[in-house]
Every structure is written in C-alpha cells, then in structure tokens.
Design a protein. Structure first.
Length: 408
C-alpha cells in the first residue's frame, strides 16, 4: 500500500464563481455532467477525514481546492474543523490549507481561517494589468480589485497565506513587477506556476515560450537571492535548495517518483493527482470502496512509477537529480503532443545553469554554520558513503545519482 500523507478535497467539484481563461479544471465538469451543480455531501467529507487520518501517520495534510472550494459555504468548513478534532489521534498534527480566488472571503471567513490555523493560498496573478488579463468574471468583469481587498484583509487579520501566480504570456515578461508587488502587498510567500495548455490540438496562445519562462526564472531567482541570503519564500527556489541540501524535494515535480497526493472529488471519486482527474486514473469511489482499499489499487503504484519512463535524454542530463523530468502534466512537445520530456525542459536548463553556482555557495555558507539545520546537514553528509543507496529514493547508489550534484 502507498500511504498518503496528503488529501486534496474538491468540496464544490470543478464549479467556480469566475471564468479564468486558462483554467484546466473547468473542463472536468464533463465527468460529472449528470449534475449541473456539484457539492460534496457532509457524510462524504466526514468519511474522508475518518479514513484518511489513520493512514497518514503523525503529520497529515488536508487541502481544499476547486474550482472554488468556498462555494461549499462556511458552515461546511466549520464542520470539517470539528471532524478534525473528533478523528485525529492524540499526538497527530493535522494541517489544513485552502486554495481560493478569495472573492467570497469576508470577515467571518477570515476569523474562522485564523482560529483554525488554515494556510490560505490566494490566487492572484500580480498587479491589475497582469491579473485581469485572464482572471475575469463570467460577465468579463475584472476581479483584481476584489482579490486585492481580500489580500489586505488576510494580512490585517494575521492569517497565514501565500500567493499563487499563474505565469502566462501576459506576465512572463514582468518578473520584477510581480516580485515587487508581492513583497509589498502579499505575505512574502510566493508560488509561480507556469501555464501550458493544449487548445484545439496546439499550445494555447496564453502559454509562455520555454525561452521566455527561462528568462523569467533567471530574473526572479536573482531577485529572490538578493545579496546571497534570500529573505522571501518562492516555492520553486526554496524547494530546489532543500533538494540540494537534503536530496529530496518537498515538491513532487522534482522527485524521482510521483507522490500520492490523492484527490477526492465532490462525489467521492478518488484520483492520484489534481492534474490527472481523468477516467483512466480513477482509483475508486470513497463511498463504495473505502480509502484503505483505494490505496491498495495497483493503479496507484503504476501512477507513482511513471516518472521512470522519461526521455533517455533525461537520464544523461547533468541536472537530472534536481529536476527528475518535471511533472508529467507538462510532458508535451513544442506542438502540444504527448512526449516523455517536459515542455519546460529548456526553461529549467536555463535556470539551473544560472542558479547552481549561487545555490552551491549558499550550501557552503550554511554548512559552515548560522542556520538552524546546519548541524543536521553536517551529520547527514558525514553519514553518507558513495556506495550507499541515494537518499532521494531513486533506488540508485549515491555515486550514480544525486551525489555528484548535491554533495558538498
């Protein structure tokens, strides 16, 4: 059995209250076409929590996403918080997160999120000119002003939040504007997700080119690195550095195997990943099968092992152990056809060639002391032999895997 440590719940399925042009999830309504409105019953949510927490171990994470999850209403989430208290083990930590466009968050929501210690991911694509290009209402109205008010409300109330920005052709040439905007208006914790979708058999016009994204990453990395000691959090760069220091990335795109980030749709259907809510990857239904049995489905292991099937060029690439082929969602060629290499391959090569020397210098500085984990890292490297199994989990020896790139 693959034991999940996280569960991603879709309490309102693919339903949303705005119509982002690039949204990949709105099309999932076709899977549930029999019902025009999609809402998770409370008994399904309770069963998910009750069956997930014993499988998850000492630390469990339950995230809520959509569509727009707040469409399910605040009372539903109050009940979710009560079930956490009811079903968690005495020493178990259960973390909640909420990914939202923020349009429904008001003072009552914000107070609840603070009291229940939710981590909020707020979707915002930068200043108004960037954000409103693709994130618009069903009536084509702009949404930035409303999201900006929510961001200010979260800051004022002390709710922990980060910003999630989709990198498109409309903002890829503005890394400094985005960085400055989020460091002044946001929380200092940022995620940037590159957008690539196939529309009518070709790469969508809102998708940046790999060259443009590479230039974006380089400029943003330099802003993040500053004088050599980053003071903000940018998920890709922080996770690359953790991977360099500890051999395993916190994020699944840069791991040798896909993680079991199980998705529970509003009707109880369970899938292995948010990007692969597709009939061929349906693992079972929570109401019919139960979560433990779903985790024993051989299809889940097949899914996790897919990253071993990358292009042969990946095996020979210098950057393999910092990239691991990227997320399979992005395995597309320049024309948008399925491939065994990431559409963003050139982008990440550009970034890593630029960033690696400075990341190694930061590694050396932290190994010398001055970081809370310095002693741990010193012990970790001292304990490793070249012929040991690589800590990344690839199954290869350290000398044939991460060692040449990651050891100091």
């Amino acid at each position: 059995m693959i034991r999940p440590t996280s569960l991603l719940v879709k309490p309102a399925g693919p339903d949303c209250n705005i119509a982002c042009r690039y949204c990949f999830y709105s099309g999932k309504k076709e899977l549930f076409a029999a019902m025009p409105r999609h809402r998770m019953p409370e008994e399904t949510m309770e069963k998910a929590i009750r069956e997930f927490l014993p499988l998850a171990g000492p630390t469990a994470h339950i995230g809520f996403q959509g569509g727009e999850p707040t469409l399910r209403g605040l009372d539903f989430f109050r009940q979710v918080a009560a079930w956490r208290k009811k079903y968690r083990a005495p020493t178990q930590e259960v973390q909640f997160s909420l990914q939202t466009n923020g349009l429904l968050l008001d003072e009552a929501w914000v107070q609840f999120l603070r009291e229940e210690n939710f981590l909020v991911g707020l979707s915002v694509d930068g200043p108004a000119a960037c954000h409103d290009r693709y994130r618009r209402g069903f009536d084509d109205s702009p949404t930035h002003a409303r999201v900006a008010r929510t961001m200010a409300l979260l800051k004022e109330a002390g709710v922990e939040f980060n910003t999630l920005t989709v990198v498109t052709a409309g903002n890829v040439d503005q890394p400094r504007e985005l960085f400055d905007y989020f460091t002044t208006q946001g929380s200092g914790y940022m995620q940037f997700i590159p957008c690539v979708e196939v529309v009518d058999g070709k790469i969508a016009d809102y998708t940046p080119t790999p060259q443009a994204l590479g230039e974006f990453w380089i400029a943003l990395f330099d802003l993040w690195m500053g004088e050599g000691q980053p003071t903000t959090y940018i998920r890709l760069f922080d996770e690359l550095f953790v991977s360099l220091m500890e051999f395993t990335s916190p994020g699944c795109p840069q791991r040798p195997r896909c993680a079991a980030n199980l998705v529970v749709e509003h009707n109880g259907d369970v899938y292995p990943c948010d990007f692969f809510v597709e009939p061929g990857w349906l693992l079972g239904n929570l109401q019919e099968t139960g979560l433990a049995a779903i985790c024993e489905n051989p299809l889940l292991e097949t899914f996790a092992a897919r990253k071993l099937q990358t292009d042969p060029d990946c095996a020979a690439c210098r950057w393999r152990s910092l990239c691991w082929g990227d997320c399979p969602k992005y395995w597309l060629d320049a024309e948008g056809r399925p491939a065994r290499k990431s559409y963003w391959c050139e982008s990440y090569r550009m970034l890593l060639e630029h960033a690696y020397p400075r990341l190694k210098a930061l590694q050396a500085a932290f190994l010398a002391g001055g970081h809370p984990r310095s002693a741990y890292w010193q012990r970790l490297y001292a304990s490793l032999g070249r012929n040991d199994a690589c800590p990344c989990g690839s199954g290869l020896k350290l000398k044939k895997c991460c060692g040449p790139l990651k050891l100091p």
